[in-house]
Design a protein around this ligand. Structure first.
Ligand SMILES: *Cc1c(COP(=O)(O)O)cnc(C)c1O
Length: 457
């Protein structure tokens, strides 16, 4: 057999391929070993297809294009930006809160250069990373002291480990919630070595239930915000001020796990009132914990605020070191809190910009998209998400596309660069402008517009 009859013979050698200009570009971009492996993989793939009887004799250019595709896929980070067109503002799977411009800049500056993470410029000696966000947290929440850890789950574990290990913590049966991703309040409590004492029933817990459960072994009354579900009908829970009174009469601590931890009133934007951190402090909670990347609109963090002596005990606990926040988090958090301190949170923090964005404004964007892409504009609902305000929605305007195969279409949207995440309802693909950042608007129009054109062909 010669090359004309044996297709394997017609394949260029690895060496010949690696000397092509296109291969040298791959070597420059990805390094020699990765480029070589990709070329070998492309050749292996072609040989396998030839053995399977496929009548092909790809030339060097085609093989190198395949190697380049392989390398591009390999080097695309698994953690990468996407366009969130779902209308869910705090989308846990899509990274929760996008940061404000100022918070991004703060991260960039601290990431690129040496900084004062644990250095005191006045004395020239060692400082503490705990000071960076503390003053701002005191100022915006009215709490005596504050501590930042890795996330709110860590905050709860630290609080209960330091304050209730081997002792009893009383919680209402109506608050033994699972947050999502398998995070269950009772299991986290167990991790801390605290003994869980459940009181009340699923739907009703009274002050007397807490009082009767208190023993000499009790250390803490805990309230956990129900976050992601809502009870309606014959329900009763004990107000935080009453829980504080009971706790303090018996020499116990009241801890409030707020979950989302708003600092602003969601009721100003047509939503139900989400409890704020300031309210919990005023109601007499000794310690309040909440997330940094839910309604606060900052980086992933667990924020603990409360009494000075309690926060000090947490700071000294060995777990505080294991759960501590890193410099990038502290930079972003401080910048985010600065927006609240200056009274500009709604103007600067993306999560709040989205919550506050008027329907007419959203509709104008949806109509502009429809003019360029096609489809129709319909009314719909956006959700806050992030385990806050369950069942509460914001009226929105959506771009609705009728396509023959919505599932295949959304898969193609996810394969785009950047990926576009949309939702399907009533057999149509829906895009909510509320959660699409202004700088992504034109990218979305280009990607969806291109896909629609290939649909029509
Ligand atoms: C979200 C939530 C948590 C977990 O917070 P992370 O910051 O995700 O660790 C804990 N408790 C409640 C009530 C929550 O809503």
């Amino acid at each position: 057999m010669n090359a004309a009859t044996n297709p394997f013979r017609a394949l260029p050698s690895v060496d010949a391929l690696m000397n092509q200009p296109a291969a040298l570009e791959l070597v420059a971009a990805y390094g020699y070993p990765a480029a070589l492996e990709a070329v070998r993989a492309a050749l292996d793939d072609i040989r396998a297809r030839l053995r399977a009887g496929e009548p092909l004799t790809p030339d060097a250019d085609v093989i190198l294009v395949r190697a380049a595709d392989h390398l591009r896929r390999e080097f695309t980070p698994t953690l990468r930006p996407v366009i969130n067109a779902t209308g869910i503002i705090i989308h846990t799977n899509l990274g929760r809160a996008p940061l404000s411009v100022e918070a991004q800049q703060a991260v960039q500056a601290v990431a690129a250069q040496y900084n004062t993470l644990e250095f005191d410029l006045d004395s020239g000696g060692r400082g503490s990373r705990l000071v960076h966000a503390e003053r701002l947290l005191q100022d915006v929440t009215g709490a005596e002291a504050a501590l930042v850890v890795n996330n709110n789950a860590a905050a709860l574990v630290l609080a209960l480990s330091a304050l209730a290990q081997g002792r009893e913590v009383i919680i209402s049966r109506g608050q033994l919630v699972e947050i999502g991703g398998g995070f269950r309040v009772p299991e986290v409590m167990a991790q801390s070595g605290a003994l869980l004492v459940e009181v009340g029933t699923t739907n009703r817990t009274h002050a007397g239930d807490y009082e009767r459960a208190i023993t000499p072994q009790t250390a803490v009354l805990l309230r956990a915000h129900a976050s992601n579900f809502k009870q309606i009908g014959f329900v009763e829970s004990v107000p935080l001020t009453d829980m504080a009174a009971i706790a303090h009469q018996h020499g116990l601590l009241l801890i409030d796990d707020l979950g989302s931890g708003a600092l602003l009133d969601t009721a100003a934007y047509g939503l139900e009132h989400e409890p704020t951190a300031q309210e919990s402090i005023r109601a007499g909670a000794d310690l309040v914990c909440f997330s940094g990347d839910k309604l606060l609109g900052g980086p992933q963090a667990g924020i603990l605020i409360g009494r000075h002596d309690i926060i000090d005990r947490l700071k000294q606990h060995p777990l505080a070191r294991a759960l501590r926040a890193d410099k990038l988090c502290l930079a972003a958090l401080s910048a985010t809190l600065g927006h609240y301190r200056k009274g500009e949170a709604v103007q600067k923090i993306p999560v709040w910009q989205m919550i506050a964005r008027p329907l007419d404004d959203v509709r104008r964007t949806a109509e502009a998209w429809a003019a360029e892409i096609g489809g129709s504009v319909i009314e719909g609902q956006s959700a806050v998400g992030g385990g806050s305000l369950p069942g509460e929605t914001l009226r929105t305007a959506l771009l609705a596309l009728d396509v023959p195969q919505p599932d295949a279409f959304t898969a193609r949207l996810r394969a785009a660069d950047p990926p576009v995440i949309a939702r399907i309802a009533g057999g149509r693909v829906l895009f909510d402008p509320r959660t699409v950042l202004p700088e992504q608007d034109q990218q979305l129009v280009r990607i969806v517009g291109d896909l629609m054109q290939t649909e029509e062909r």
